[in-house]
Design a protein around this ligand. Structure first.
Ligand code: 13P
Ligand code: SF4
Length: 325
């Protein structure tokens, strides 16, 4: 069987893990994985987390090579924040369909319609879209970022319409111009999915990612990023939780909370792009030093300003001076 095919053979996976650890040392690499990655990939990663935590971790690392187990926009973000480092994305096709729902050209056209608006881009966007935006945000700081735009009454929010709507519900003194993007995985959660579990276990808390549809979010006890879910659940007195985000979250949630019970809101909460990365592809990535993620310098410079502004708002020291902000 080729190494890049997921394999449940324990011995085979142990061999692959050893190979990855050896190559990691040889290459002076760090392995970073998003919370939606396969269990075995999270297991070999030094750093796991949500989009914000991972972009912050990328800045702090001393390693020469960053192997980013996630999707393209995440690896691009790491490359933009680490100009001197090599960033590898193990699977070249691992894109985010939501990020592909907007282009820099389309965003420029929208900006021309609303010249007085600030542009906030969700981190799930291409480097070119970031370069065309004023400030970036993630699901954990979107409200804070929009609130920080004190001089603006109008905000163009791209590309996720659901995160944008959620921010609008929390920030009432600004008008948010929405884009029509969405996450094909998160919109699969239906109200009935939640009501069904609650019928059986009325004491179950429902924790939702803001990429879910508004009618589903209306049923949530808590709405937060994937990183926020770990904190919230750890501190909650409840024993049962419905998880309204991608299945990969269950790996660490179960490990860190052995006394708690988790129900995935629906079995369809699987992001096909996130699941493309296997141990075999990670080994291949380190062995062949592929696939290098490089952002053209002019785009990277502008996109970095957009990211630095976000990091300044969320308490992280900007890695470069922020011109004109
Ligand atoms: P987080 O910012 O919560 O990690 O989410 C990223 C993502 O792709 C959600 O679908
Ligand atoms: Fe993109 Fe949705 Fe997958 Fe997140 S879960 S990477 S938003 S497709």
């Amino acid at each position: 069987m080729p190494e890049n095919v997921p394999n449940s053979d324990k011995k085979y996976n142990e061999e692959l893990k050893k190979k990855i650890l050896r190559l990691k040392e040889e290459r002076d690499a760090v392995i970073i994985a998003h919370n939606y990655q396969r269990d075995e990939v999270q297991e070999i990663a030094e750093i796991t987390g949500d989009s914000l935590a991972l972009s912050q971790a990328a800045i702090r690392t001393d390693a020469k090579v960053i192997v980013f187990c996630g999707v393209t926009f995440m690896a691009e973000t790491a490359a933009i924040l680490n100009p001197g480092k090599i960033v590898l994305l193990p699977v070249i096709e691992a894109g985010c369909p939501m990020a592909d729902m907007i282009t820099a050209e389309k965003l420029r056209a929208r900006k021309a319609e609303y010249p007085d608006a600030a542009v906030v881009c969700y981190v799930n966007s291409s480097a070119r879209v970031k370069a065309e935006s004023d400030i970036c945000c993630t699901s954990s700081n979107a409200i804070e970022v929009v609130r920080s735009l004190k001089d603006y009454k109008r905000v163009i929010f791209v590309p996720d319409r659901n995160l944008g709507k959620y921010v609008q519900s929390q920030v009432t003194d600004k008008e948010i111009i929405l884009w029509k993007g969405f996450c094909p995985t998160h919109i699969r959660v239906q109200e009935e999915d939640i009501l069904e579990v609650r019928k059986k276990y009325p004491d179950t808390e429902f924790i939702a990612h803001p990429e879910c549809e508004p009618e589903v979010l209306a049923l949530a006890d808590h709405i937060c990023s994937t990183g926020g879910m770990f904190k919230y659940i750890k501190n909650s007195k409840s024993k049962r939780f419905i998880i309204g985000t991608e299945a990969g979250m269950l790996y660490r949630l179960k490990k860190e909370n052995p006394d708690k019970e988790f129900f995935l809101a629906t079995e369809h909460l699987i992001c096909p792009s996130m699941k493309l990365t296997t141990l075999g592809w990670v080994a291949h990535s380190l062995e062949e030093m592929v696939y290098k993620v490089e952002v053209p310098a002019d785009v990277a410079e502008k996109a970095k300003r957009t990211l630095d502004r976000m990091l300044a708002v969320s308490g992280e020291k900007p890695v470069a001076a922020i011109a004109g902000y």
